[in-house]
Design a protein around this ligand. Structure first.
Ligand code: ADP
Length: 772
């Protein structure tokens, strides 16, 4: 061993020391006090990128190290120089630029410093990596916690088989009404769940390790202290949580409180249901349609989207859903598209009534857009009002018909007054003449003739009126018998002849050679024909031509009454048959008229199963009235009641009793009969009549039916019971001549039935038959 303080190279450690020095896995350097390398082992020079210790000999160690560690190095060197041990760990890349971490220790030795650098790269990198991972984990945890807390779903974590709440988020707290359950078991925290099956379900998940899902699960929760249990609906998942070894150690529950959505859905469904029920139960039609517009935004069609049950009934359209209006009703007019199109475009609802000729219906419609601006959907609530419209039209027609009938009636009353006054005037003046010139038989005869004619006119008028009233009241009964129409026509001609002659008309009668048999009431048919002949005479200027023809055509008897008179306008050919109807205002009314003659004609003809019509070529072109009557079926014996004949009638001066409470009527009749050579007595009531009859012993008694006290029927029955009067001929005098009236009088014992006012010739005829 030489002097230690000579030179470094003079230091020559023992061979063993040298070997240990070189074999050290650390970098070992001996430095002089200035930090110069005196000796460096193999590991040391290699770490510094040198290939031998010699190269580094004398170099300042600090200069060989990266600047980043200089501060730490200086501090360590200073510590060592001061007699302590300096330490630091620094990053010093390896010569190839790879990462290198070194733990450096500098300690003082005699005359210098000993620096040991240990490569700790593996350890430091591992630590750094751990720290990085830990930081990442922390961040992830924080994130997860944020997610957990702020999740829109409720979440909670249970641990252990006891199901202890470990974590809950805000949503979960909201769900359970703010009760913090952390640290409590599920049974403790939410006791109200007992019996609802949740605890058992979670225990099942814990034990089976199988997750459970549930939607719209109802749960009863006590969300307010002392409040009632509230029903909530949740969509939820129970997920088992496992330890790293795979064993279940907890459960994650997460889900969504869907109560509001569910209730809103239920409300919506309920409201939809309510509206559907409403629309299904109304008796109006309802539908929703979608407008179809062309490129120019013009409405051209619409599609039915849905409709109620009544839709079909109101429209007659079947299976309309999904179809367009044009598909269903190709000829539907554009009004409907335009109207609904406007509703869709403006959003303004409309209410209207309109006819859809293509559907042959009327509708009352309320249309409104559904949805906001831009929606093409229109809802319709509507009714088929066709029937109402029809009845309105009928009512309007009825009202106008009624007004027309009323007008005619008023006119008729005026005419009636006029027509009744017309004959009265000459009658009254006739009476005056008789009073003044009663001693002049020639004057009286003339006046009487005139008066008879006028009274005849009045009687005719009133007869017509009564007949109409009887027909209207269903009281006119036909006395049908088989008759030869030629004879009936002849009798009608006889009746009308005076009027025809008065007008100096020519009457041409054209009857067939053979019988034309009908089943008819001959009096009424004669009345019909005579009415037509009278009209022909009335409405033909003097000296005209009148024709009466009879022929058989298609199994019918056809009677034609024609004239060359004033004619009838085309548009009145039908209305002339209506009551009180007259064509225009006839200035010349020589014969007068009430506008009921033709009405009577038509009704009588109809009652016979026949028809009457008028034809005319216009003004002054004359008229033809044609009556068609069914021919009689097989020939049958003409039945007839023979008038009862008194073979020994009492001859001239036969006794006739006249009984009538109308004194004038009774006295006039008795005067006429007196004048005819009969012996008459008059009574004005039943009792007096019986008393008189017992004494007077009449062969014939005329009894008024409508008398106060004992009426005609009673008087008749009583009279028949009077001894000696069993055979008296009883004649009823009454205003009513229906078959039922005749029946009644015959039952009371009357032999004859005359309707008032009795015509003298009828009375004379009757008396002649029964008394001679
Ligand atoms: P009136 O009492 O007015 O004659 P009718 O019912 O007999 O009533 O006739 C109704 C109307 O028909 C008459 O007012 C007249 O205008 C018209 N008429 C009837 N017969 C004829 C005819 N032969 N020629 C022209 N018009 C006639």
């Amino acid at each position: 061993m030489q002097d230690d303080s000579s030179t470094a190279s003079a230091l020559d450690p023992a061979a063993l020391g040298r070997q240990l020095f070189d074999a050290s896995p650390d970098c070992v350097k001996l430095l002089d006090r200035d930090g110069r390398i005196v000796a460096i082992n193999r590991c040391g020079y290699l770490a510094l990128g040198a290939d031998s210790a010699q190269v580094l000999h004398g170099r300042v160690w600090r200069d060989l190290l990266p600047g980043a560690v200089h501060a730490d190095l200086d501090a360590a060197l200073a510590s060592a120089r001061a007699g302590g041990v300096g330490r630091f760990t620094g990053s010093m890349p390896d010569p190839q630029g790879g990462a290198g971490w070194w733990e450096v220790t500098v300690s003082p030795i005699d005359g210098g410093l000993l620096a040991t650098s240990r490569n700790v790269t593996g350890r430091v990198v591992a630590e750094l990596e751990r720290e990085r991972l830990m930081a990442q984990l922390r961040t992830a945890n924080e994130r997860m916690e944020d997610v957990f807390r702020q999740a829109p779903a409720f979440m909670c974590v249970f641990s252990g088989p006891e199901l202890v709440f470990e974590l809950v988020n805000d949503r979960y707290l909201q769900l359970v009404g703010g009760r913090d359950p952390v640290g409590l078991t599920l049974r403790e925290a939410l006791p109200e769940l007992a019996g609802q099956g949740f605890v058992e379900l979670l225990e099942g998940v814990y034990h089976s390790g199988e997750p459970v899902f549930g939607n719209d699960v109802p749960v009863m929760l006590q969300r307010r202290t002392d409040g009632p249990l509230e029903r909530r609906f949740v969509d939820q998942v129970y997920m088992p949580l496992r330890d790293p070894d795979g064993a279940v150690s907890g459960i994650l529950v997460h889900g969504i409180d869907v109560t509001e959505r569910k209730l809103a859905g239920e409300q919506l469904r309920a409201s939809e249901e309510r509206y559907r029920t409403l629309f299904e139960s109304v008796d109006q039609g309802f539908c929703i349609l979608e407008m179809i517009f062309d490129d120019a935004n013009r409405p051209i069609d619409y599609r039915f989207l849905e409709m109620n049950r009544m839709f079909e009934q109101h429209t007659g359209l079947v299976g309309g859903a999904g179809k367009t209006a044009r598909e269903m009703v190709p000829t539907l007019d554009s009004f409907w598209f335009e109207t609904y199109g406007k509703v869709a475009l403006t959003g303004e609802p409309v209410r209207f009534e309109s006819e859809a000729p293509a559907m042959e219906r009327w509708f009352d419609v309320y249309a409104t857009r559904i949805g906001g601006a831009g929606s093409a959907r229109v809802a319709l609530l509507f009714s088929d009002i066709t029937k109402r419209k029809e009845s309105e039209a009928t009512l309007r027609k009825l009202a106008s018909d009624l007004a027309e009938a009323d007008r005619r009636k008023t006119e008729f009353l005026a005419t009636l007054a006029h027509e009744l006054r017309n004959p009265l005037a000459p009658i009254r003046s006739g009476l005056g003449v008789m009073r003044l010139k009663g001693d002049s038989p020639a004057s009286v005869a003339r006046v009487r003739e005139m008066m008879e004619r006028q009274v005849g006119n009045m009687v005719h008028l009133i007869d017509d009126l009564l007949d109409i009233a009887r027909i209207s009241g269903g009281k006119l009964e036909l006395k049908r018998e088989r008759a030869d129409l030629r004879a009936v026509l002849a009798s009608a001609v006889e009746t009308s002849l005076p009027l025809v002659e008065n007008g100096r008309h020519q009457l041409a009668v054209d009857l067939p050679e053979t019988e034309v048999a009908v089943e008819a009431d001959v009096t009424r048919i004669a009345q019909v024909v005579s009415n037509l002949l009278n009209n022909a005479a009335k409405y033909t200027p003097a000296g005209g031509r009148i024709g009466l023809g009879l022929r058989v055509e298609e199994g019918q008897a056809v009677i034609a009454v024609s004239d060359n008179g004033i004619g009838i306008p085309q548009d009145q050919l039908t209305s002339v048959f209506e009551m009180f109807s007259q064509v225009g205002q006839h200035t010349e009314r020589s014969q007068g008229g009430l506008g009921i003659g033709l009405s009577l004609v038509r009704r009588l003809v109809n009652m016979h199963g026949g028809e009457v019509s008028a034809a005319s070529s216009g003004a002054n072109a004359g008229s033809v009235f044609t009556v068609r009557l069914p021919l009689a079926g097989s020939a049958q014996a003409v039945g007839g009641t023979q008038a009862r004949n008194l073979d020994d009638g009492g001859g001239e001066g036969a006794h006739v009793l006249v009984v009538d409470d109308n004194v004038d009527a009774a006295v006039t009749l008795s005067m006429i009969l007196d004048a005819c050579g009969y012996t008459t007595q008059v009574a004005h009531d039943g009792a007096h009549a019986l008393e008189l009859a017992a004494r007077f012993r009449p062969q014939v008694a005329f009894l008024d039916i409508g008398m106060p006290g004992m009426d005609g029927y009673e008087t008749a029955r009583a009279m028949r019971r009077v001894a000696g009067l069993e055979q008296v001929i009883l004649v009823a005098l009454t205003g009513w001549g229906a078959d039922s009236d005749r029946q009644k009088s015959s039952e009371a014992g009357f032999d004859h039935h005359l309707t008032k006012p009795v015509q003298l010739d009828v009375v004379q005829d009757l008396l002649a038959r029964v008394t001679f």
